[in-house]
Structures are given as structure tokens and as C-alpha cells.
Design a protein around this ligand. Structure first.
Ligand code: BV8
Ligand code: ZN
Length: 262
């Protein structure tokens, strides 16, 4: 078990990141915790009131689309009121300022995207836009045709008739989110693992590292000879294999690790 390293571990992590020619950042719900987005497995976690199998699965949606849309409608409202925090902002600045930085997220809250656009101002934000492994709560896809588009309208799950329907074919829409038991988009996943294998450092921020295949991304960097830096107030299954595991909150630690000034 890795005991929390002294603060000079942060200096070591800063030096590793400063020297890395390629960096992959993998984030989970913890990077958005200080923005007010509830995590999945924390004390006030999203799964507390429901079990994942009840809601974030295709079977749950087939069985009770109103319940699933009610949960996503509530989450969308919660997330819609949240803003990127200092960790999202620091990561966006890093990705815009340096070549070879890829942000990969398990989150569906679009806060990395918001931070990228804020950091880019009138410039091009694309270098800082995240690979969204699990989709977005602000996007929908049709259950019957290939339509997939941004969707921020409030959800009325009070009856089947008021559930969101496709602008193109009027079939029922679903959140454009990867549910348990569903495959992730192959191209996105391949991009993520290729970036991880080529990275000198994988910076893992705010994930319990229990959901696969996302949790294996950091291991891909290690196996390819890279280093892994973990930022999390708690230990995770990744802690014992990480090169450095820093105990702390994302919005406090990440900006410090990426600070370029002395
Ligand atoms: C697939 C979208 C294969 C939903 C999500 C047994 C049964 C069934 C399935 C499986 C099984 N065993 C393995 C599986 C596969 C399953 C899986 O991994 N299950 C786990 C639970 C065991 N995976 C899948 O089903 C994936 N698909 O495998 O398909 C397949 C193959 C062939 C054919 C068909 C299929 C799909 C997984 C995607 C599921 N969708 N999200 C939604 O959001 O509504 S996953 C969900 O969990 C979220 O996206 C979230 O990102 C993800 C991981 O959670 P975390 O982000 O890590 O969040 P968590 O709350 O857990 O942790 C927060 C961390 O932050 C904590 O460590 C905490 O300490 C830390 N923290 C707190 N505050 C802070 C902080 N850190 C920093 N700063 C802070 N301030
Ligand atoms: Zn349609």
C-alpha cells in the first residue's frame, strides 16, 4: 500500500509533467466534484438513491424510459447549474499551450468542453476538447434512426407522450450516454488507448478506477513504459501501481502540478 508521499511528491509530479513530451489526462467524476456535480460512489453519490443497474442500462430504459429520463432530467438540471473549476481550467490551458496533451474523460457533464472554450476565448478550442468515453448528458440520440444532436431542453417525464422525441423521425430519444453493458464507441476507445500508449505521463484525476474499459487506460501508459500520476483524496485500485499517488482534491492539486511559474 502506498503511504501518502510528502509534499515534495508534488514537486516530483510537477517535474514529470514539465518534462513529458506527451501527456494523457484521464478524469472521472471527482474532477467535477468541486463544481458541485455529485460523484457516483461518494457519500452523496448519484448511485446512492439508485443502483446503476436500475437506471444506467439499456434494459432499464426499455423497461421504464420515464424513470430513466426523470433521473437524467434531474442530473441535467444539476449539472447545467455547475461551472468548470480550477482543475478543468488548468487542464484546458495546458492542452492549449502544449503539443501532445490529450484530455480523456469518463464524465458526461461537458465541463472540460466548457473550460476548453473559456480558455480558448475567440481562438480554436479543439486541442483542449476532451475525448468523451461515456458520451454527454447534453446530447441525445434516436432509438430508431441515426440522428444524434445537442439537446438541452428540460425533460418532461410525466407521461410517455411528453418524453423527448426525435426531430427527424419522432421516435423516442435516449441520452447519448454509454450505459453499463454497452460498448464504448470503438474509434473513441482506440484513440484513447493509442494516446495512452504513446504518453510519457498519464495524469489520472478523480476516478475510482472501477469502471472498465476506462480504468485500464492508465495501465496502458504504464505497460508502454510511461508513468502514472494519480490525484485523488482517497486510494483507488490504481494507487499501488501508480508512479506517484497524490492525496488531494483536484481543484487544489491539479493547478499546482501544472503551474509553470516557479
Ligand atoms: C462494457 C455513463 C462490454 C452513465 C458510465 C459486471 C456486471 C456488469 C458489467 C460489468 C461487470 N464487470 C465489469 C463490467 C463492465 C462494466 C463495468 O466496468 N462495471 C463496473 C461497475 C464493475 N463496464 C461496462 O459496462 C462498460 N461497457 O464493458 O461493455 C461489452 C462487451 C461486448 C458487448 C457489449 C458490452 C460501459 C461502462 C460505462 C458505464 N457508464 N457512465 C451515466 O453517467 O449516467 S460509468 C460511470 O462510472 C460514470 O461515467 C463515471 O465516470 C464512471 C466511473 O466512475 P468515476 O468517474 O470514477 O466516479 P466515482 O464516483 O466512482 O469516483 C469518484 C472518484 O473521485 C473517487 O475515487 C473519489 O475519491 C474521487 N474524488 C471525490 N472528490 C474529489 C475526488 N477526486 C479529486 N478531487 C475531488 N475533489
Ligand atoms: Zn429518429
Amino acid at each position: 500500500m502506498t503511504t501518502p508521499l510528502p509534499t515534495n511528491a508534488r514537486d516530483a509530479a510537477r517535474a514529470m509533467l514539465a518534462a513529458a513530451h506527451r501527456i494523457v489526462v484521464l478524469t472521472g467524476a471527482g474532477v467535477s466534484a468541486e463544481s458541485g456535480v455529485p460523484t457516483f460512489r461518494g457519500p452523496e453519490g448519484l448511485w446512492r438513491n439508485f443502483r446503476p443497474e436500475e437506471l444506467a442500462t439499456p434494459d432499464a430504459f426499455a423497461r421504464d424510459p420515464r424513470l430513466v429520463w426523470e433521473w437524467y432530467g434531474w442530473r441535467r438540471e444539476r449539472v447545467g447549474a455547475c461551472r468548470p473549476n480550477a482543475a478543468h481550467a488548468a487542464l484546458a490551458r495546458l492542452a492549449l499551450a502544449r503539443e501532445g496533451v490529450r484530455v480523456i474523460t469518463q464524465n458526461v457533464d461537458e465541463l472540460h468542453t466548457d473550460a476548453a472554450r473559456a480558455a480558448a476565448g475567440t481562438g480554436d478550442a479543439s486541442a483542449a476538447l476532451p475525448l468523451e468515453l461515456h458520451g454527454s448528458i447534453f446530447r441525445v440520440r434516436c432509438t430508431a434512426c441515426p440522428a444524434r444532436y445537442a439537446h438541452r431542453r428540460p425533460i418532461d417525464a410525466s407521461s410517455d407522450a411528453t418524453l423527448p422525441r426525435c426531430d427527424r423521425c419522432s421516435a423516442l430519444l435516449r441520452p447519448d450516454i454509454v450505459w453499463f453493458g454497452e460498448q464504448l464507441d470503438h474509434a473513441t476507445l482506440n484513440d484513447a488507448f493509442r494516446a495512452a500508449e504513446r504518453a510519457a505521463v498519464c495524469l489520472v484525476v478523480g476516478t475510482s478506477a472501477v469502471v472498465h474499459p476506462a480504468a485500464s487506460i492508465a495501465t496502458a501508459t504504464l505497460h508502454a513504459g510511461g508513468q502514472v500520476i494519480e490525484v485523488n483524496p482517497e486510494e483507488t485500485p490504481l494507487t499501488r501501481t501508480a508512479t506517484l499517488s497524490l492525496r488531494g482534491a483536484a481543484a487544489e492539486v491539479v493547478p499546482e502540478l501544472l503551474r509553470t511559474s516557479p
